[in-house]
Design a protein around this ligand. Structure first.
Ligand code: HEC
Length: 301
C-alpha cells in the first residue's frame, strides 16, 4: 500500500531542516521546563528532586505553617544564611508584626537578601519593598491560589497545545509507526494535558490527587520523547536504523501476522467502544421515559 502522505525521509531537505530546527528548539525548551520544575516545585519540601510531597505543598499547601517560612526552608533557602533565615522565621511565627519588623532588623535582612530580586521591576514574583505584600506571605500556606492556578492553566493549555500541534503534525508523516499507534501517540499528550491541568485543581482541593499530577506529566513526556525520536530518526537516520539497524527488527515484528498484545488490547477497546452506542441509546431512553417526566413533575410543584 502506498501511503497517502510523504514519509519523513522523502521530504525535501529544506523541510527536514525546518522540522529538525523546530524539534530541537522545542526539545531544549522542554529540558528547561524540567529544570524549572526541579528548582521551584522540586524544592518545595526543601529537598532536591520532585516528590509527591513537593506537589502537595505546591498546590494544596503545607497548612502547618506560612508561605514565607516554607520558602525560606525550601526554594529560597540559598538566598540567606541560616541565622538570618531563622530570625525571619521567628518573626513570622511571633505574628509578623510591623513594628517588630523594624525593631528586630528583619527589614534590613529583607533589604540585603531579598529585594534585589523581589522588587517592583520583577514580574511574577512579589515585591518585598512593600510591607503589605510581604505580610500576605506570613499567613497560612494554602498552596497555589485560585488566581495563580487560573493564570497558569490557560497559559499551559494554549501554549502546550501548540507545541504538540507541530510535534504531532511532523510525527504524522512517520511511516514506521502503524496508524493506530500514531493515533495514540498524537492524541495522548492532549488527554494528558487536560488531565494535568485538572489534577492541579483537584490537588488544590484534595492532596490525594498529587499522584495524578505526576502521572499526567510523565504521560506527556513519554509521548513527546516517542514522537520526537521517531521523527528525527526517520528524517536523518532511516537507513542505519530502519534498514540495517535495530529498527529493521522492529519493522519485522510490526508486520508479522501474529496478533501482538497491543493488538489484542486494541481489539478490546474497539469492542468496548462498540458497546457504547447501545448504552447511550439506553441512557437516552431512560432519560426520556423516567427522568424527564419526573423532573417536569418536580418543576410543576
Ligand atoms: C535570586 C533572586 C531571588 C532572591 C535573592 C530571593 N528570591 Fe524569593 N523568589 C525568587 C523567584 C524567581 C521566585 C519565584 C519562584 C517560583 O515560582 O517558585 C521567588 C519566590 C519567592 C516566594 C514565593 C512567592 C509566591 O508567589 O509564592 C517567597 C515567599 C520568596 N521568594 C521569599 C524570599 C525571601 C524571604 C527572600 C530573601 C531571604 C528571597 N525570596 C530572595 C527569586 C529570589
Amino acid at each position: 500500500m502506498t501511503p497517502k502522505f510523504i514519509p519523513l525521509k522523502d521530504h525535501d531537505t529544506p523541510i527536514k531542516v525546518l522540522f529538525t530546527g523546530y524539534l530541537c528548539t522545542v526539545g531544549i525548551g522542554y529540558l528547561f521546563a524540567l529544570i524549572q520544575i526541579l528548582f521551584t516545585h522540586g524544592m518545595a519540601d526543601g529537598k532536591f528532586g520532585l516528590s509527591i510531597d513537593d506537589i502537595v505543598y505546591s498546590y494544596y499547601g503545607n497548612r502547618s505553617g506560612t508561605v514565607l517560612e516554607h520558602q525560606l526552608n525550601g526554594a529560597m533557602k540559598a538566598n540567606a544564611p541560616e541565622q538570618e533565615r531563622f530570625a525571619m522565621i521567628e518573626w513570622v511565627r511571633s505574628g509578623a508584626d510591623e513594628d517588630e519588623y523594624k525593631e528586630t532588623g528583619i527589614d534590613k535582612i529583607v533589604e540585603t537578601r531579598c529585594v534585589m530580586c523581589h522588587n517592583e521591576t520583577a514580574s511574577g514574583i512579589p515585591n518585598f519593598k512593600d510591607f503589605k505584600i510581604l505580610k500576605t506571605y506570613t499567613k497560612e500556606d494554602g498552596g497555589a491560589t485560585f488566581a495563580s492556578l487560573t493564570r497558569v492553566s490557560h497559559i499551559h493549555l494554549f501554549g502546550i497545545s501548540f507545541i504538540f500541534m507541530f510535534v504531532g503534525l511532523i510525527f504524522s508523516f512517520a511511516e514506521t509507526t502503524t496508524t493506530q499507534y500514531k493515533c495514540i501517540a498524537i492524541g495522548m499528550p492532549y488527554a494528558f494535558l487536560i488531565a494535568d491541568i485538572l489534577s492541579w485543581w483537584l490537588t488544590k482541593i484534595d492532596p490525594m490527587f498529587a499522584w495524578l499530577v505526576m502521572f499526567a506529566g510523565m504521560g506527556m513526556a513519554v509521548s513527546f520523547v516517542f514522537m520526537w525520536a521517531t521523527s528525527i530518526l526517520e528524517m536523518w537516520f532511516y537507513r542505519p536504523v530502519f534498514v540495517n539497524g535495530l529498527g529493521a527488527k522492529y519493522l519485522q515484528w510490526r508486520d508479522s501476522q501474529e496478533t501482538s498484545l497491543p493488538d489484542r488490547i486494541w481489539a478490546v477497546v474497539k469492542a468496548l467502544a462498540g458497546q457504547m452506542k447501545p448504552l447511550l441509546a439506553l441512557a437516552k431512553e431512560m432519560w426520556l421515559i423516567k427522568m424527564y417526566p419526573l423532573l417536569k413533575k418536580l418543576l410543576k410543584k
